[in-house]
Design a protein around this ligand. Structure first.
Ligand SMILES: [Mg+2]
Length: 255
């Protein structure tokens, strides 16, 4: 089994579990762009009166967690960590708060907002965090199994793999719409460990949010590695990550 060195933390690891958004790919580029398109589509259907539509738009951005000007996602916001069904409910709740009856709010969120998030990403929407395929090839060649644990839907996640060139390297995935409790519950990570036939104590979890780190701790993973390539700053990881590194390329084979 490979011995990995993550910024001086050396562990024997049989399975590396990667979060996707903010860990393997640039978070803001994909999801702030989707958010802008989803809110525009929602506003096309949900007018609350010309004088108050700007307030509704601002509240949708604020509550979901993105800045339309900087195109940055707010750390630990719904957009940063929640599933697409959860984001859709948040959208409906904002519409309701601005005066739409609940059933109408829910219908518009489901018809206008949700499909934008569910559409598989295009090649131009995916910006890899460096040479993802190269890193994964090296880990796999050393004998590590590789999995993905993401809150995104399976359709969008499957579509991302060939864009990254890693579809033959990923053994298994647990996605946000799978019938498994989402992060920070440990179930998805434990499921991936069981599929690989690996003890959780030999699993490395890598992610860009505190929820990824809590998942790793609850599952009894060998090491919870927080990366700063996504939505979180170092202080968001405090007390949760075992080690904080700039990005996935700090994962190296121990010499
Ligand atoms: Mg993430």
């Amino acid at each position: 089994m490979p011995r990995l060195d993550i910024a001086g933390h050396v562990r024997d690891i049989d399975l590396v579990v990667f979060d996707k958004d903010g860990t393997l790919i640039n978070f803001d580029h994909l999801w702030a762009g989707k958010m802008i398109a989803a809110i525009a589509a929602t506003l096309d259907e949900a007018s609350v009166g010309a004088a108050r539509d700007a307030d509704l738009e601002a509240d949708l951005y604020r509550t979901l967690g993105a800045d339309p000007i900087s195109r940055r996602v707010v750390p630990e916001s719904p957009l940063a960590v929640a599933s697409i069904p959860a984001l859709t409910i948040v959208c409906a709740a904002v519409l309701y708060r601005h005066g739409l009856p609940w059933h109408e709010a829910e219908t518009i969120a489901g018809r206008a907002f949700r499909p934008v998030f569910q559409a598989p990403p295009t090649t131009t929407e995916i910006r890899p965090v460096g040479d993802v395929a190269g890193l994964m090839r090296g880990l796999a060649a050393a004998g590590a199994r590789l999995s993905i644990l993401t809150t995104d839907d399976r359709l969008g996640t499957v579509a991302t793999l060939p864009i990254l060139g890693v579809e033959r390297l990923i053994d298994a995935m647990v996605c946000g719409d799978d019938p498994i409790p989402a992060k920070p519950e440990p179930d998805g990570l434990l499921h991936l460990a069981a599929l690989a036939g690996v003890e959780p104590s030999r699993v490395l979890m890598v992610g860009d949010s505190a929820g990824d780190m809590v998942t790793a701790r609850r599952a009894g993973a060998a090491l919870a590695v927080g990366v700063l390539s996504g939505t979180s700053r170092a202080d968001h990881f405090a007390g949760h990550a075992d080690v904080i590194v700039p990005d996935i390329h700090a994962i190296r084979l121990a010499s």
